[in-house]
Structures are given as structure tokens and as C-alpha cells.
Ligand binder design. Structure first.
Ligand code: ISE
Length: 336
């Protein structure tokens, strides 16, 4: 089968890692072109990878040579480019979030449903992490009974360099847990609140850490601790207390070194070091499914629902009270 000809829109860090990943490590697809709202920058990235440059993302999306689109532009640009790809009838992979606002996610859902073709996949890559996959199989085996409480933590080394703001802990960081835990547990959320413990002296004007509490419709209780300026490493943990057992997300298998009166086991520095396998599997699946005209990853509906929950979490954070999460009924189009 011929290689899927992919065009990438938004040539920032994550976009460039996806070009590199697809063109050097994966099979069946090739990023043959890119574009950026900053035309000259997009051109410099195209030159670096030896691929075609387009003057505008819209021209790339509608070009007849491009068979599928990846959107890795800044968050606010996701919806316009995804809608354009739907208009062009092309499979489109959009980095998370589908859009920062639930209203625009809804517009994407409506456009996809109206077009009658499954085209949109959202980049919630934790669903492809083998560790989370093991947790899902263990839950679904039923061997340990129902999940009752989840203790999760999502620590970044220090994202201050990119102008981190207090709302981003929910909207940019814990959005991963919002999607992944809903997928893991197989149910929607009922309510959320967010609290601020004492803030770290390293967090500048930001409230950091932040703790988000989610309750699912069946009453499973989740706490997620986000600590962006952790100043020690990239650390993602998930412990699931079930009726007859406790399940823990596996940690990356680094060797322990005995040195200088200490036992030392490294911790990853950032997401690219922690989740490379998840990204590889995610994109290989996306390429394979796109060639067969399918979407078998997180859908536009998942992106929309995650954004509704994130919107409620943001409201809870800003008002200091718990917020009910109302999820509309899933259209038949998305029911498997
Ligand atoms: C970033 O955008 C990511 O997606 C990372 O996975 C997350 O850990 C980080 O907090 C976000 O800023």
C-alpha cells in the first residue's frame, strides 16, 4: 500500500518531533509538507526536513497531494484548521486540546457529524502508553473489583519558561488526566472542584501546585495533583484503589545506581522522555486507520467532553466551589 501523504500545520516543538517521528521511525506514512502561521518559520522547518513548504495552512489542507493533516499549531488555531480539514474531507489528527473552548469543540463535532465521515482524532496520547494500557486491562478483567479511589500526580520539572499561567494547570496539563481517566474507567464525570494548597516559592505569580477532585457518575473519587514547577523531574503517577487490590501505573524502567552513599534511580525530565512509546504507537495507529478510512483513537466527541470537564474545573477553580459536569448525550455517530 502506498504511503499516506501527510501535511503538518504548526511547526513548533511538538510539530517538529512528529515530523521526525513519522519520517524516520514509523511506517506507511510520510510528512511531505508543512506550513505555519509564521510563513518564514514554516519554510525554515520545511527546508530542515527536506519537505514542501506552503505559504498558508489553508493552502496545505486543500492541496490535492495532501491526503491527511496533522494540526500542531497553537491551541487557539486548532479549531479553525480542523474545521478546514473536515471541509476538505481529509483525516485530521489534532494535538490536545481539540480547542480551548467547548463551544468550538461542539462546532467540530457538528461539522464532522454533518459530513457523515469519521475524520478527527485528538492527541490524547496517554491512552497509548503501555502502562496505562495495563491498568485498563486490569480494571476490565474485573479481578480486583470496582475502582473506588484514584490518587494521581502530574509533575512537570518547571514550565515557567513558556509563560505558565495559573489556568494552564487544568487546561494544558491535567486535561491529560481528564481524558485518560475517563477512558480508563469507562465513564463520564459528575462533578469537580479544584483547590490550591500553599504555593511553591518557585511558582512566581502562579498558583502551584493545584489539586483537582473529580467524581465519576458511579461515585469513583479521583484526586489529581498538578505541580508544574516541581523542580525535580517529570513524574506521572496513578494509583487505583479497587475493592480487592491496588493498581499502580508502572514507572519507566531505569536502573538503580549505588553511588556516593546513595541509591539513585533517574526520573524523566519531560514528556518527550516519559512517553515516546505512546507517541509512536499513537501515530502508527493513526496512519494505519487513516489509510483504511477509520478513526480508532480519541474522537472529536472525546475532545469535546474533555473540554466540557476542563471548563467546569476552571470554573470550580475560579469560584472555589464544586461544579456539576453535565455531558450531553453522545450522538449515535460516535457510538461504537
Ligand atoms: C504539555 O503541553 C503536555 O502535553 C505535557 O504532557 C504535560 O505534562 C505538560 O504539563 C503540558 O504543558
Amino acid at each position: 500500500m502506498a504511503e499516506l501523504k501527510i501535511g503538518l500545520v504548526g511547526t513548533g516543538t511538538i510539530g517538529r518531533t512528529h515530523i521526525e517521528r513519522i519520517n524516520t521511525r514509523l511506517q506507511g506514512g510520510r510528512v511531505i509538507a508543512c506550513a505555519d502561521v509564521n510563513k518564514d518559520f514554516g519554510k525554515s522547518v520545511a527546508d530542515k526536513f527536506g519537505i514542501r513548504a506552503f505559504d498558508t495552512p489553508e493552502e496545505l489542507i486543500h492541496d490535492s497531494e495532501i491526503e491527511a493533516v496533522i494540526v500542531t499549531a497553537a491551541d487557539a488555531w486548532h479549531a479553525p484548521f480542523v474545521l478546514e480539514a473536515i471541509k476538505a474531507g481529509k483525516p485530521v489528527f489534532c494535538e490536545k486540546p481539540l480547542s480551548p473552548t467547548p463551544e468550538l469543540c461542539k462546532e467540530i463535532v457538528e461539522a464532522e457529524v454533518a459530513g457523515g465521515k469519521h475524520l478527527v482524532q485528538v492527541g490524547f496520547m496517554r491512552r497509548y502508553d503501555p502502562g496505562y494500557g495495563q491498568l485498563k486491562s486490569l480494571i476490565e478483567s474485573g479481578k480486583y473489583g470496582a475502582p473506588l479511589v484514584l490518587h494521581c500526580c502530574h509533575h512537570n520539572y518547571d514550565d515557567g519558561g513558556i509563560g505558565w499561567k495559573t489556568p494552564m494547570s487544568v487546561e494544558n496539563s491535567m486535561i491529560h488526566e481528564i481524558d485518560c481517566l475517563r477512558w480508563l474507567l469507562g465513564e463520564d464525570y459528575a462533578k469537580v472542584d479544584v483547590v490550591f494548597p500553599r504555593s511553591s516559592r518557585n511558582a512566581g505569580d502562579c498558583k502551584d501546585p493545584q489539586i483537582m477532585h473529580l467524581t465519576t457518575k458511579s461515585g469513583t473519587y479521583i484526586e489529581v495533583e498538578s505541580f508544574v514547577f516541581s523542580h525535580y523531574g517529570y513524574d506521572v503517577r496513578c494509583e487505583i484503589v479497587c475493592e480487592e487490590g491496588v493498581l499502580n501505573l508502572p514507572e519507566p524502567p531505569y536502573a538503580m545506581v549505588r553511588t556516593n552513599d546513595a541509591r539513585v534511580t533517574p526520573i524523566c525530565h519531560d514528556w518527550s522522555e516519559r512517553f515516546p512509546e505512546a507517541y509512536n504507537i499513537e501515530f502508527q495507529n493513526w496512519i494505519n486507520a487513516s489509510k483504511e478510512g477509520r478513526v480508532d483513537g480519541p474522537t472529536a466527541w472525546d475532545g469535546y467532553v474533555a473540554q466540557i470537564a476542563a471548563g467546569c474545573a476552571s470554573k470550580a477553580r475560579d469560584t472555589g466551589v464544586s461544579v456539576d459536569i453535565d455531558i450531553p448525550e453522545m450522538p449515535e455517530f460516535y457510538q461504537k
